[in-house]
Design a protein around this ligand. Sequence first.
Ligand code: KPL
Length: 303
Amino acid sequence: MKTVIMGAGAMGSLFGGLLTRMGEEVWLVDNRKEQIDTICSAGLSLEEKGKLQIISMNATSDVTSVGKADLVIFFVKTYDTERAVSDALVLEKEDTIFLTLQNGLGNEEAICKKMDRKKVMLGVTGHGATLQGPGHIRHAGWGKTFIGELNHQITDRAIRMAQSFCDAGIETEVSSNIHEHVWGKLLVNTGINALTALTGFKNGQLLDYPETARLMERLVFEAAEVARRKGVHIEGDPIERVRKAIEATRENRSSMGQDFDHRRKTEIDAINGAVVREAQSLGIPVPFNQAVTDLVKAIEKSF
Ligand code: KPL
């Protein structure tokens, strides 16, 4: 099974490293030259539970050099999905599967604009990773991964993929309603990402102060109400679910936090911004999500 990962940031490198370590043929594709050159020359440095491991793996900036793929995983930032999908067209053969494990809303639509829907699968992951430097990541959060077909059927290819992820130490379940998991993960990102970016906190610190814990709850409450009004079923208490995700990724700096640290564009439009857009179309006020979206966008413009 040949897997190509579009996007060699912290999470793309983590999945790539874990699958390579298990013996899969994996290629990381990214146009960040320093990241790719370091992985090619010195391997991927993976810090996990206090141990450092070097994993030799394939990485390139030239997607046309990779050949055809059995599985393509999109791990690019949401605002880059359309470009990555265009780049990935050269990897396609009759039975290639295109899986997104990205954050936020809108990835399915962006991928399906150019790919046959039957080849596309959705997923979400509860893992967290921090890019420490070129070619060097720290695995700093553990959680389940869910994958599923767009038509909600449990297929053999989904079961096989989940098995190979599990073999690599990525606990994965096939879901018969992956869209619920996409919304569940959206709630997690809605409560964590913008707040950690704005405060400079690691995920766990949000619960250490009543002020940020309260803000997290308001953001999640609003997003859960939008989900409810859209008819999306969210299993269990949404705020409790986000608290658990914060505890499981306590030592991680969220992806948006890392974007702020490097003065980079963020995924705010696909996370709290998406909640605001969905709420507007339903006519529901979401003042906390509107406020953090405006703050993140204003700071982003100042970079
Ligand atoms: O998805 C994440 C992110 O940082 O984008 C979490 C799960 C919140 C881990 O940090």
